[in-house]
Structure formats: C-alpha cells, structure tokens
Design a protein around this ligand. Sequence first.
Ligand code: NAP
Length: 310
Amino acid sequence: MTKQPWKVAVVGLGKIAHDQHLPSIARLPEYELAATVSRSGGVEGVETFTDLGDMLAARPDIPVISLCVPPQVRYDMARAALAAGRHVMLEKPPGATLGEVEDLAAFAKERGLVLYATWHSRHAPAVAPAREWIADRSPSAVRINWKEDVREWHPGQQWIWEPGGLGVFDPGINALSILTAIWPAPLRLLSAELGFPENRATPIRADLALRDAAGTPMEVAFDWAHDGPPLWDLEVDASGETLKLSGGGKRMEVDGKLVLEEQEAEYDGLYTEFAGLLDSGARDVDVTPLRIVADAFLTGRITRTAPFHD
Ligand code: NAP
C-alpha cells in the first residue's frame, strides 16, 4: 500500500513561510499542505484559520504543525499543538528562552509526540563536507564573519528588535548552528561585547570569543550595520590549511581553491529529516546554539550605539 503523505498545517505566513516552507512542502511527496493559520493571508485552495486553537479544534485530521512565527509567540502555540496531540516543527531559534524549549521537549516526550527544533543552516551543502574535513585534521583557530544590512534582510520586522527577538543573533545563530555541528568537541563562551542601539532592546552588533576544552581560539563577529553584499563566512585553520565556508555554507574552499559550490536546498533537507522523525517517532531538540546566545546575553559587556531607525 502506498504511504499517505503527512498532513501539515503551516502557522505564520511571513517571509520564511513563503520563501521556503510552502515551496518545500509543495515539492516533497511526504507532505500535503492541509491548512494554514494566519492573521493576514492564506494559500489558494487551502483552508485558512486566523487562530491556531480554532484550527486544532476543527481539524483533528491534521497531525503535523509547522510553526513559522517569531520566537516570542512560539512557546504558547507549540504547547497548545502538543496538548492537542500534534507533532511540531519549530523554526529557529526554537524559543525565546532555554527554559521554554526544555519544557516543550519534556512535554513532547511525556505525550509521545515528535518535536523538531530546526537549524536550517546545518543543511547547507558544505556543512557535512566541512565536518569531515575538520575530523581528519588538527584544528587550531576559527574566524566567523556574519555581517549583513538589517534594512535589506529584515525590512519592517519589529519583533527582531523586541525582547526575545535576538537582534543580530537572529542571523548570527545560524553561524553558531553550523559551528556547533562541524566542531568535534563542545564549545563555551569566553566573552562577548554587545552593541545595543539606544532605542532598541536587542543588539545590532556582537563580538564573541568561544573556546573548546583544548583552548582553540574562535573569534566571532556579527554585524547588522554592514554595507554592501552580505558576508556569511566561517574559516577554520587546521594542519597548515585554511577551510572557508561562504554564502552561509553553500560554498567551500581550501586555501583559496574551490572544493564545492551548490545551490541551497536547506528546507527540503529539513522537511526530509522531519519526515524521518515522524516515521520513527523520534525527537530532535538541540539547544546548543541558543545556549551560546543566552550566555552572551548573561555575561556580555553592553555598549549603547547610535539609535537605529528603519
Ligand atoms: P516575518 O516575516 O515577520 O513573519 C512572521 C509571521 O509570523 C508574521 O508574518 C505573522 O504571520 C506571524 N505572527 C504571529 N504572531 C506574530 C507576532 N506577534 N508578531 C509578528 N508576526 C507574528 O518573520 P520571518 O522572517 O518569516 O521569521 C519567522 C521565523 O523564521 C523567525 O524565528 C526567524 O528567525 C526564522 N527564519 C527566518 C528566515 C528569513 O530569511 N526571514 C530564515 C530562516 C529562519 P501572519 O500574518 O500570517 O499571522
């Protein structure tokens, strides 16, 4: 008998839902878009609700909920979906706090439901090859430059400047998700310098120093006031060579020579992995990148910078 696709409801039809989630769901045979929940729009031919609770009550036939809303409102929605017996996919970061993500993980486990905390950048094409390259060598230093113009990449998004919105860590956590996936040992934050615009609640700039237990120096620079093309670069020195991932993990070079360059299919990768979790009933809730960000907010030295206006 042919396996039926998983019926999925997408909640929050903003930039990432339109750019990535809806196209991946439409492409992959493992899924059928069965409903959306949106205060502002919908998808032609698909039932739309304005309230998640109404959808959960009206459509018990939909077992899978994909939450594409900002982190500050994700916990209540995820808990309501799990309480209604649904499996849940969380956009990154998985929550506004570590505590709420741990609560969701425990609740999903108690209820025997799948919870998937996604890190889309880990599915960039050069990430797995970079992990293998590092595993065969002795890494000695890391440099990360994750710099973009917030006005170009987050136009009009007010939630990123509100508490829990992470500010420049919203893109920066993608770099941390790659680093923690390719590095063979646990990492800890050594120090952080955070620049908060004087009229905003989240940082526009962050410089971090990380270390592993061997003391490998790792310098990380996140900047949202960057002019020109974005830099989403990660470099690793190891055994006399330098690996460079650029384009957020689409391209890999060693000592300036191109090793790999592929168009991203990160969200097809995420949804394929999620289908495997749904089939097996397993959970995947890794908070490691969020913990580094939380430690930066706990211990970082804060400076106030010029006001930021959209
Ligand atoms: P967005 O464009 O602002 O969309 C978020 C959507 O969530 C809104 O359009 C809205 O959809 C819904 N929503 C529900 N409650 C809301 C509230 N209180 N405030 C604002 N929106 C609310 O944001 P996004 O860029 O799609 O990002 C959403 C999540 O995806 C974030 O966690 C972000 O880090 C992650 N992400 C974004 C990108 C990217 O390139 N933008 C890439 C990867 C991951 P309705 O009007 O339909 O209700």
